[in-house]
Each structure stands twice: as C-alpha cells, then as structure tokens.
Design a protein around this ligand. Structure first.
Ligand SMILES: Nc1nc2c(ncn2[C@@H]2O[C@H](COP(=O)(O)OP(=O)(O)OP(=O)(O)O)[C@@H](O)[C@H]2O)c(=O)[nH]1
Ligand SMILES: [Mg+2]
Length: 295
C-alpha cells in the first residue's frame, strides 16, 4: 500500500505540475518540466511489479491466482501460451498482447493470430480487483527442469519488475539448477527476492516439513530477502472465505499470513527506494538551481 508520505510527495508533485501548467504553460521548457513532473509522480505511486519465477509445475500460476484472490490465470491456457502474463489493476477488464516490437494489440481475432506467430512478448491483463492496487504480478513460463539460465521472454520480464518471487516445489525443493538460474536474475531484483516453497501440503508429516525448512534455511535463505512455506490452494480458498470459523488458525498454518507479510515488507521497501531516489533527484535539481542562481 502507498504510505502517507509517498502520497504527500505525489500530491506535491501534481500540485507543482498544475502550477507550472497554469503559469508557464506556453513556454516549451515549462511544458517539458511539467511533463517530467507528471512522469515522476506516476512512477512514484504505481504499484510495484512482482515477477513469479521457477521451474515448470512449481506452482507459479496457482500462487499468482492465490495472491490475486481470483481465478484469473487458467493454468492450462497459460501452459500452452508460454509467454509472460502481466496482471494489473484496471477500472475495466482488458486483455492486450504485446509483440516483440513493443506494439500492443487487443486480443481479438488478429491478436490471437499474432499470438501463434512467435512474436508475442507479453500478455497484459487488466482487472478491477482491489488487491491489484497494491502490486502487479507477472506470471512467467516455467524454466525447464535442469536448465540453469533464464533467457528470452523470462529474462525480458525482469525489466518490468522490482520484486521477484522464486517458486520451488516442497517435494524437491531448491535444486542446484535453481540456484544457478536464480543467480542469473539481476542483483537488484534478488535483493527484493522471496523464496516461496509451494505444494507444502504434499509433505507427509511435520517432521518432513521441519527437515525441508531446515535445509532451505541453510542452503537457500541466504540468497533471498525472505522465505515462506505455503499451500497456495488453501490460501486461495481462505482468501475467498474470510468468515470461516477456523480461518485464523488455517490462515497461519497454510502460510497465507507469512506470505502477505513478506510481500507487504518488500512492497514497502520498493517505495522506500523510490523515496530515496526521488530525494537524490530533487537534491541534484536543488544543487543545479542554486548553481544557476549563484552564476
Ligand atoms: N496440492 C497442491 N497442488 C498444487 C499447489 N500449487 C499448485 N498445485 C498444482 O501443481 C500443478 C502445477 O501448478 P501450476 O500453478 O500450473 O504451476 P506453474 O509453475 O505455473 O507451471 P508452468 O506454468 O507450466 O511452469 C497444478 O496441477 C496445480 O494444481 C499446492 O499448493 N498444493
Ligand atoms: Mg504457470
């Protein structure tokens, strides 16, 4: 969620832009500066993008649906398309296909034909779902098991994201190939990386769960900002039924609370980064303007 001080800065930027437009609207430099302020303000408040990565069948799409709280991404369709899908907040539902040349097409008959031509870069799905006001998700095609690097469409999706979730299936969690693939992810994203251990309901006992967790704490956790063990199917069910009598107990047991808290912390860290980099930019502008005045 956008904190009050980010909101305040954004409002101050919008007010400055309006004043500039009102006073110096006709001057080219004032217009350009107003446009720049508008872009800075939009970038400051836009929901951070979370990219979901991992091997085939690691539970990425199921987790994406559980995070959104709706059956948005049909897994079979996604498995067939094999391109990243960005899901974001929109006031009305929308569906667009982005091609490798960055043009965007509505997913009508022409769009569907283009999808089959190997030039698809990303599918953009807009939805009027309140949870998507806090973050956007990019669900990616699974990395082939044993492949140690992320390429093509998946690597492309990094450029869009500021948080990364690596999904690993509890039953064969965190293989050596996953470690090397994770190291192919840019460091700025790894610093905001969350390891989500999926399919935890497939572990047979508390003892197995303890063993997996202990191994991951020592082998995987040092490469991530945080780790969460989840049963995404149950998170999904509970998110839709918050009034169940045993909700609280189950919400903790299935990892829903830990997952939401981890994501909230990473989202807050992204806003903190934005706040800091805006501070640096404003500092530079102030220094440059002071230099101009002094000259
Ligand atoms: N029992 C259980 N099954 C799950 C869970 N998460 C996912 N699955 C199942 O695991 C299979 C793979 O899940 P997906 O979410 O499609 O995995 P994916 O990583 O998106 O797969 P690709 O897109 O093909 O790489 C599906 O049959 C899911 O129903 C879970 O938490 N528990
Ligand atoms: Mg999938």
């Amino acid at each position: 969620m956008i904190s009050d001080d980010i909101q305040e800065i954004a409002e101050a930027l919008a007010a400055s832009r309006r004043r500039l437009e009102a006073t110096g609207g006709r001057a080219g430099s004032a217009r350009r500066f107003a446009h720049l302020l508008d872009r800075v303000q939009r970038r400051l408040v836009r929901p951070p993008r979370i990219v979901l990565l991992g091997e085939f069948n690691a539970g990425k799409t199921t987790l994406a649906n559980a995070l959104i709280g709706a059956d948005v991404l049909p897994t079979s369709f996604h498995a067939n398309t094999r391109i990243p899908i960005r899901v974001f907040y929109n006031t009305v539902s929308s569906l667009e296909l982005e091609l490798t040349d960055r043009t965007r097409w509505p997913l009508d008959d022409t769009g569907l034909q283009l999808l089959g031509h190997g030039r698809a870069r990303m599918l953009h799905v807009g939805l009027p779902v309140a949870r998507l006001e806090a973050f956007e998700l990019i669900d990616t095609p699974g990395l082939a098991s044993g492949m140690a690097n992320l390429e093509g469409a998946n690597a492309d999706a990094f450029g869009y994201a500021s948080i990364a979730i690596w999904c690993t299936a509890a039953t064969q969690a965190w293989k050596a190939t996953e470690l090397s693939a994770w190291h192919g992810v840019p460091a700025r994203l790894r610093r905001k990386g969350l390891l989500v251990v999926t399919l935890c309901d497939m572990l047979n006992s508390e003892r197995d769960r303890g063993r997996v967790l202990a191994r991951l704490q020592s082998e995987a956790a040092p490469h991530f900002a945080n780790l969460a063990m989840v049963n995404a199917a149950e998170i999904d069910e509970l998110r839709r039924n918050p009034h169940l009598a045993d909700y609280e107990e189950r919400w903790i047991a299935c990892g829903g609370r830990a997952l939401d808290e981890s994501i909230a912390r990473l989202v807050e860290a992204v806003f903190e980064d934005r706040r800091r980099s805006l501070g640096r930019i404003l500092g530079r502008i102030a220094a440059a303007t002071a230099g101009d005045n002094g000259a």
